[in-house]
Design a protein. Sequence first.
Lengths: 456, 406
Amino acid sequence: MSLISNLKPGGKHGVPSTESRDPIGYLVAGLNRLAQTDLLDKVRLRKPAEQAVFSVTRTGFKTMTNASRTFAKAGKKGQPGTRPAHAAASGVFDLTPGEDEQMLVDVVTEFADEVVRPAAFEADKACTAPDDLLKASLEIGLPILGLPEALGGVSEERSAMAGTLVAEALAKGDMGLAVATLAPGSVATAIGLWGTDAQQQTYLPAFSAEDGTVPAAALALNEPTVLFDVLSPSTTAKKSGDGYVLNGTKSLVARGDSAELFVVGADLDGKPVLFLVESSTEGLSVEGDPAMGVRAASMTKLVLEDVKVSADAVLGETDGSTYTECVRLSRLAWCALAIGTGQAVLDYVTPYVKEREAFGEPIANRQSVAFMVANIAIELQGMRLLTYRAASRAAAGKDFTREVALARKACTDKGMQIGLDGVQLLGGHGFVKEHPVERWYRDLRAIGIMEGTVLV
Amino acid sequence: MAINLEVPKKHRALVDQAHQVAMNMLRPISRKYDIAEHEYPKELDMLAAMIDGLSESGASEGAGATGVRRDADDGDKKGAVKNGANLASVTSVAEMCWGDTGLLLSMPRQGLGNSAIASVANDEQLERFKGRWASMAITEPSFGSDSAAISTTAVLDGDEYVINGEKIFVTSGERSDCIVVWATLDKSLGRAAIKSFVVEKGTEGVKVERLEEKLGIRASDTAVITFTNARVPKENLLGSPEINVEQGFAGAMATFDNTRPLVAAMAVGCARASLDLTRDLLKEAGIEVDYDKPAILQSAAAAKFLQLESDWEAGRLLTLQAAWMADNRKPNSLEASMAKAKAGRVGSDVTLSCVELCASVGYSEEELLEKWARDSKILDIFEGTQQIQQLIVARRILGLSSAELK
């Protein structure tokens, strides 16, 4: 880069590249530099301090991936794995969850109310989920929720609907912690859905371990690309000898620093394909990638430099079909998270506007306030029904391409509106961290941006 | 049981049937009666006969305007989830409005008055008014949404009530056989004194003054009717004649819990007509929605269409929910108003946006898109405006009374 272009203000600090400096601009920029060198302690130039908690800092921190575990190969290569049965279709229009589903929702709701919500504020600040909360999430069986009994799981049939209800209930506690706790199970569900016998026998037993050693795992589909199209990843997989070589960068990878197994999306001969990559593989590194919201999920970038994987690292088909299915199921999970957080907003603002008084009466008595609450309730229920329809079709093995697209559209747009209105209804109090609505505002922006990460 | 939001298997034949009727009977005469406002669509008599026949045979599941009745003795297995007449009604009404909303509203013996009778009449009245075409007269020149402001009076005189007042916006007011009139027994007692009466056409003192010229649903006649010392037998009062101040307006308003999902279904049907045609026209113009590709990476037209379709589907599912709750005896005031609010506003957004997407093809009378954009507006107004629905939803969610949240 030439000196001239270095002096141009564009391209840094959110300044567009079309900007240029006039003489006063140069003067101000110079003064700013000077100010930053900390003239008050004139001893020496301040050395940029390395941040201890890597996930909170944005700049220049790289680390190796977690390398504590190697998965012992097992099972028959190339043999199709066990597949969950489709949920039986009753043909009756019904909005009542099944008995098992309801029990699950009750357990998770209690967990969300009593453990997740109280931990949410600190977890958001620290960009990490507390250990005891993650352990507790293992105890209620979140990692094996999407696995059939034959694979050490709990469900008798395809559990996209149960997964949706659970994600919703968890996100009512906190979206960031919901993502942190659901991420490992999402990878397990994916292996259950598309893995070969060998992949299932190699990886899944670890997820049903009862001694608290269930591995963190991450479904990495996002990339740091403007106008990112998840279906055309720029991460590449090239055939090399018996296996593949992966190169690229994945962004917003949940708990990438502790994950022991990644499912990475990459382009193989023009088709998007999923690859199983163990964290001990050479060429992997992670860096902190904290974002506007969903911070408790410890978002990271995953950098792949000449990462060699074997031929049986491919998860599912290489024609793009598995990858596309994965994208849809993960969008479904994000819709469920949006509903949960939207419900949290509604439940929070309802008592608030009834208690908060202005001009001698509760602000809820004013239509402009009350109608905002009414619209949150209406759109939220719309989001919920759209999502449930997509989920029930997925569980029954029906095509749900259109349904999940419609749900995602609603959950993105109306979900964000709910986030906005949640803050607005609390006025200045909504803007400060004393109330959780500002966190929900940041979290709800993730819907429509996030791809992968979680899956039902 | 499991969560399932597909149209139930057993209603699919009914929906297909309604769709065929809408396509082959209503669409061909849609523009004709839009232009010839106030002309009676004689084709509908044939259709009404067919609907009555289907309903007798039980093939229609009791769908239509009278499908809103909540029978006490439907003899179903206890605890079993029911997909009954309410769900059948909203799905078939939506199909018919995909054909033509104005014509659906003109369907003989399928008036809102019929829904009111089905909702609150006793068994004797139900039998007596069977096969009659009943319109509904609530609104007066001095009020719209504020039904409690009714100034039409009913005074008991011997075995008859004497009714006096003026009613406007009476759908099918000219064509119907009788009118369900809302009147007060004693204005000083407020809402509780408001009752509904079935008044036969031809009763002395009942006069259709004029028919309105309207923005849309022009196939449907909208009448101004005056009542001057019109005498009706006291047995024609629907519900209880007692003035129960405790219960207030609840009895009369119960009708709306049942009819609001029907109007929501009309908006759903009308809007789908616009979506279906626009999808077709956009495809001819080289635009197709890709449901997997992020919307912002597609053309603005495709992204807009996706938004419309998403909003529309939300309105549709809210409508099905409200009807499903009615079928399963769950209180559904909140959900009925949610459905009406969402479907009502989506109906306008979808039909107006489709006109915009199709440019002059959408705006011209050559296509029906402009007509649907006119027809849909009323659906966000009658049976409770958008604002009234929001008020109801807000009061329910916030637990506020009408005195607190005005």
